[in-house]
Ligand binder design. Structure first.
Ligand SMILES: NC(=O)c1ccc[n+]([C@@H]2O[C@H](COP(=O)([O-])OP(=O)(O)OC[C@H]3O[C@@H](n4cnc5c(N)ncnc54)[C@H](O)[C@@H]3O)[C@@H](O)[C@H]2O)c1
Ligand SMILES: O=C(O)C(=O)C[C@@H](O)[C@H](O)[C@H](O)COP(=O)(O)O
Ligand SMILES: [Zn+2]
Length: 365
């Protein structure tokens, strides 16, 4: 079992990684509770697979757990999902010191985190991520949100979890397409500031996706450690440090919006295409060697991930895509900060390029 801490002063918390940890959720959570009671929120797929085990681990510690099973999929990160969850938590008689357990992928984690940021003005929650994406990214850092018609994650809050419990063995049941989507966020950490880790991804990505346990463990531990470092340095994304975690997302979120947050394009798939576009845009502006942009495209394409507008199933014009980007939460003074790069592992934030420039680039991409 491995343990690291996200250092955030009074809001610091541990991330625990261990095979079989799902059966120890009760032992990890029980000592934190003011009463032997908790609420588990999950989705329909994960409930079938893992809810009974988590409930049993809590029962073994004398903790009674009620559960809410929400529909699987991005559509649950919505006003409707939020209303249903918050009403349920209130109906369950939640107290602020209770620890709601978010058992599932990034959709459940983001929704539960946001609900817990507003119910009774703030309740505790524990992330038990079961997708690769959630284990390497979304369960850590306290960005919580729902999607609205105008854009991705536009209604949300920073609300840190009290604890993150990662059991990599849950990935054994994850569909290959979901694994690939999560893998895009793993590659992101290499592209941001760690060229050696990108090279590791090139060498080990295929094995990781094929089920290599050691590769999965290394990717998860490395990713959460990088994320913990970045979040500790800039918790609320005010200093152009945490914004680097948005590499590929300004483009990616526009692609997700264009596909209506449907399963035509998963978040991680949109990020994969978005990261390639960010490198190609950088190369087109003379900021990044074209060979680096090609290397990123080739790695993601080689693993079957979207690596262009066409392979992401997008045939909209640049202006339509750029219009989505105008809603980006990083916009300041009317300018859109983009995460661009000087090469692999050398990302940076700039607001030197306007939406017209981005639209023209996308028209030719
Ligand atoms: N808060 C953050 O920092 C952050 C970071 C990255 C992504 N996100 C958000 O995360 C969301 C995407 O998360 P996701 O990719 O985990 O998607 P998801 O939560 O929709 O899960 C993907 C699918 O896998 C199923 N599933 C989950 N665990 C499983 C398992 N172990 N075995 C079998 N099936 C399983 C789910 O039921 C679902 O159908 C997006 O909304 C994205 O915006 C947030
Ligand atoms: O934690 C962060 O910071 C991230 O940007 C992680 C991203 O992978 C994630 O998709 C996040 O939700 C995007 O943030 P947003 O602020 O652009 O909604
Ligand atoms: Zn993301």
């Amino acid at each position: 079992m491995e343990r690291l801490t996200v250092e955030l002063g009074a809001r610091s918390y541990d991330i625990v990684i261990g095979d079989g940890l799902l059966d120890a959720v009760g032992a990890q959570v029980a000592p934190r509770l003011k009463r032997p009671r908790t609420m588990i929120v999950t989705d329909a797929h994960v409930a079938d697979l893992y809810l009974a085990r988590v409930s049993a681990s809590l029962a073994a510690e004398g903790v009674a757990a009620s559960s809410l099973v929400l529909p699987a999929g991005e559509g649950t990160k919505s006003w409707e999902g939020l209303a249903r969850l918050t009403e349920w938590l209130i109906g369950e008689g939640i107290e602020r010191s209770d620890h709601v357990i978010a058992l599932g992928g990034g959709v459940i984690g983001d929704l539960v985190g946001f609900a817990c940021s507003i119910v009774k003005r703030g309740c505790a929650f524990v992330q038990v991520p079961t997708t690769l994406l959630a284990q390497v990214d979304s369960s850590v850092g306290g960005k919580t949100a729902i999607n609205v018609a105008a854009g991705k994650n536009l209604i949300g809050a920073f609300h840190q979890p009290a604890l993150v419990l990662i059991d990599p063995t849950t990935l054994a049941t994850l569909p290959a397409r979901e694994l690939g989507a999560g893998y895009a966020e793993v590659v992101k950490y290499g592209l941001i500031d760690d060229a050696d880790f990108f090279a590791w991804c090139e060498a080990n990505g295929a094995a990781l996706l094929a089920g290599d346990g050691a590769a999965r463990h290394k990717a998860i531990a490395h990713s959460v450690s990088a994320k913990a470092r970045i979040v500790a340095a800039d918790e609320r994304e005010t200093q152009d440090v945490r914004a680097l975690l948005n590499l590929g997302h300004s483009f990616g979120h526009a692609l997700e919006a264009e596909t209506g947050y449907s399963d035509r394009l998963l978040h991680g798939e949109a990020v994969a295409a978005g990261m390639v576009l960010a490198h190609q845009f950088s190369a087109a502006k003379g900021l990044c060697p074209a060979a680096d942009a090609a290397r990123v495209r080739d790695h993601l394409a080689g693993l079957g991930l979207p690596h262009s507008l066409a392979s992401a199933g997008i045939n909209s014009g640049g202006a339509a895509l750029a219009a989505h980007m105008a809603h980006d939460k990083k916009v300041r003074g009317g300018k859109l900060p983009l995460i661009l790069t000087h090469g692999i592992g050398r990302s940076f934030v700039t607001d030197d390029y306007g939406l017209d420039t981005v639209a023209a680039f996308l028209d030719g991409a």
